[in-house]
Design a protein around this ligand. Structure first.
Ligand SMILES: O=C[C@H](O)[C@H](O)[C@H](O)COP(=O)(O)O
Length: 316
């Protein structure tokens, strides 16, 4: 029997209601919209004249949305209503988008909100074209948060139980960029993030993996429990999450630790993102943003323009 290679699915059609609101137009894919540069709803974000990617380019995944933009309904939360950490993170996100999203980029993986379901809702409400990574297996830029980032830009992710989807998006991206507030900037993983490494496991295998982790030296692995519901947290993929604290010596070599945990049968993904990020942007409470690159470069970004936009709390 001849096996046909799988072709990526066609992108989802644009929300017709939003198209009508914009006065029609035939663009029904992310790529088409980004190519045409059409964006009637939001002005250029930066002085570069580039369209604001947050409102023009399609989201490539169901995993997360809106670096720095937290839409509630169709309104961006005003800057002064955010916590100091969220303010800093928003500025870092603006800086990251400004420096990494280019005119020719058509597909973005974007992040921030704790569940894929929430993200989908927000994307649709914000009028972005929603897609998933099976439709867009190659992403131009993925921008996402992190729970902690070390000196070499290895990161812990999965505090919101999204590690599997997030890693697929990060790996599918030509450029993977992290945005975070300055508390997440560490020399060694596990310094500030004390909750441990999030490990997504097949539900029926959790107890076996638990024992495996203990044998590896993790004294108290924890099956993550729901806060508003009884029982364990169930990920967007129907799995459980174990949080596992490891000693500093393990955390100094996160790539080796990742490899060892991932080899345990029943483990689907590990919230250690090693050697993936090209750059990380950290927002500080004083409004500055510091960028670190994988090759060791670092520079400060003038976030004043992002601040001016954020301060207005514009509609998306
Ligand atoms: O699963 C959740 C993700 O890995 C998040 O990126 C991470 O928890 C950081 O989220 P936040 O920027 O909201 O603190």
């Amino acid at each position: 029997m001849e096996v046909q290679p799988l072709a990526p699915l066609e992108p989802l059609a644009e929300n017709p209601k939003l198209r009508a609101q914009r006065g029609g137009g035939s663009s029904n894919t992310a790529a088409a919209q980004a190519q045409s540069g059409q964006n009637s709803r939001r002005a250029s974000h930066s002085g570069s004249g580039r369209p604001d990617p947050l409102s023009t380019i399609t989201h490539a995944s169901a995993s997360r949305i809106g670096p720095g933009v937290i839409p509630t309904g169709l309104k961006v939360v005003a800057h002064d209503q955010l916590s100091p950490e969220d303010k800093a993170k928003r500025l870092a996100a603006y800086a990251a988008v400004d420096e990494h999203v280019k005119d020719h980029h058509k597909v973005l993986g974007i992040g921030y909100i704790p569940t894929g379901f929430q993200s989908k809702e927000l994307i649709v409400k914000a009028g972005l074209n929603l897609g998933d990574v099976d439709q867009f297996p190659t992403i131009d830029v993925t921008i996402d948060g992190a729970d902690e980032v070390d000196d070499e830009l290895n990161a812990i992710k999965g505090g919101g139980a999204c590690q599997l989807r997030e890693k697929v998006l990060a790996e599918a991206a030509t450029h993977f960029i992290i945005v975070a507030d300055s508390r997440k900037d560490s020399k060694v993983l596990g310094t500030n993030w004390k909750q441990g490494v999030p490990i997504e496991v097949a539900p029926f295998a959790w107890a076996k993996v638990f024992v495996n982790l203990q044998k590896m030296g993790c004294e108290k692995p924890l099956l993550r429990m729901g806060k508003m519901k009884a029982g364990p947290v169930v990920t967007d993929n129907g799995n459980f999450v174990i949080d596992a604290v490891f000693s500093e010596s393990y955390m100094r070599d996160p790539a080796e630790l990742l490899h060892r945990i991932k080899m345990l049968t029943g483990v689907l993904e590990v919230g250690l993102f090693t050697g993936m990020a090209e750059a990380a942007y950290f927002g500080y409470p004083d409004g500055t943003v510091m960028a670190r690159w994988q090759d060791g470069r670092r520079h400060t970004v003038d976030a004043s323009e992002g601040l001016a936009i954020a301060a207005k709390g514009e509609k998306v």
